[in-house]
Design a protein around this ligand. Structure first.
Ligand code: NPQ
Ligand code: MG
Length: 368
């Protein structure tokens, strides 16, 4: 496959409501898209980096810069292109996993479209639909949170994840349990807002029968997570700390987590996410697919990944309208609490041309 060029496109999507986490409030999703044009087909990738480096060190302008200056020229110079050649061509760049993942996905999508094969089939999906969970932001009051959760349950979401931070943890969790009962699949995500000194306080969550607590401590604090895990009955799950298949296996081996949130962007691509899956599955580590407020393009790829057999917990793979009144693609909708896995070639979805043009804030074409 011969690369003609790469388009880097920035798109701004208004969120249906502000999404607050322990690291900040989002009102619009400023997203970087990558379009790979080849002689055979075109492909799309979505970069999960946010506009500001609050969730991760990567951010959208930084990703666009490393793509334009280093990653795209290296992939363009690789000659006969396939996804593995693209990965090898990008390997000399340290880090920048979200940028690499976006370009890898664009190349992978083009390559699979040329072959008439779906991403789900290529990754090894074993299901045609996946159960949907929803991530619920920090609210101004407990009654407002309960209204939001009630609305999501009415829509059919099969598990609820509450964002927590110091000052918004035991009380909202207790209130959700009280209102919706002990059988509701419920988990929490701290986005690294606590320290090991909070272990006693976090043990107060044990009475609520949570599925897991996600990333309570700092990204680089695996030893702290292992110590915290010894002091909690609630299983610890890692998100930000997991940057590769190897780091996932190591985190499990040292007792830093029992469950892994898989985000392809965070580990450097869908192919590394599959390697993570293949390494963790024999260890019996439950996996679930995280979310980064993707548009329908990234969401399609996440749903394909979530259909692999090791993804045994519902993911943050929500319907389009959880985040966007108007998605870039035909909307993903909940059917009986599930999302259908796209079956078409590549990621199986395309942007809606008029919507894409309307929401685009800048475009750059990089010839190969
Ligand atoms: C998480 N996602 O699991 C992330 C955090 C997150 C669905 O909870 C812009 C870009 C805003 C990335 C907000 C969910 C974001 C973002 C939250 C990621 O930790
Ligand atoms: Mg998380």
């Amino acid at each position: 496959m011969k690369l003609t060029g790469i388009e880097l496109r920035r798109v701004a999507l208004p969120l249906v409501s502000p999404f607050r986490t322990s690291f900040g409030v989002e009102r619009d999703r400023d997203v970087l898209l990558v379009r790979a044009v080849t002689g055979d087909a075109e492909g799309w990738g979505e970069c999960v980096a946010a506009a500001e480096p609050r969730y991760s060190s990567e951010y959208a302008d930084g990703a666009a810069d490393v793509l334009r200056r280093f990653l795209v020229p290296a992939v363009a110079a690789a000659g006969d292109l396939d996804p593995d050649a693209a990965r090898q061509a990008m390997a000399f760049v340290k880090g920048h996993r979200m940028a690499k993942a976006a370009l890898e996905l664009a190349v992978l999508d083009a390559w699979l479209r040329a072959a008439g094969r779906s991403l789900a089939a290529h990754l090894g999906a074993t299901r045609d639909r996946v159960p949907a969970g929803v991530s619920v932001g920090i609210h101004d009051s407990v009654p407002e949170l309960l209204d939001a959760v009630a609305g999501y349950l009415d829509q059919g979401y099969l598990r609820i994840k509450l964002k927590i931070e110091p000052g918004w943890d035991l009380e909202p969790v207790a209130a959700v349990r009280e209102r919706f009962g002990a059988d509701l699949p419920l988990q929490v995500d701290a986005n690294a807002a606590y320290t090991l000194a909070d272990a006693g306080h976090l043990a107060g969550l044990d009475q609520f029968g949570l599925l897991l607590i996600e990333q309570p401590l700092a990204e680089d604090d695996l030893a702290g997570h292992a110590e915290l895990a010894r002091r909690l009955a609630t299983p610890v799950c890692l998100d930000e700390s997991i940057t590769s298949a190897r780091s996932a296996v190591d985190a499990v081996a040292m007792g830093a987590c029992r469950i892994v949130n898989v985000k392809a962007g965070r580990v450097g691509g869908y192919l590394e996410a599959r390697r993570l899956h293949d390494a963790c599955r024999p260890l019996g580590v439950p996996l679930w697919c995280g979310g980064m407020l993707e548009t329908g393009l990234g969401r399609a790829a996440n749903v394909a990944l979530a259909a692999l057999p090791g993804f045994t917990l519902p993911g943050d793979t929500s319907a389009s309208d959880r985040y966007y009144r108007q998605d870039l693609t035909a909307p993903f909708v909940l059917e009986d609490g599930h999302l259908a896995v796209p079956r078409g070639p590549g990621i199986g979805v395309e942007p809606l041309g008029d919507v894409l043009e309307e929401l685009t804030t800048s475009v750059a074409w990089i010839p190969a």
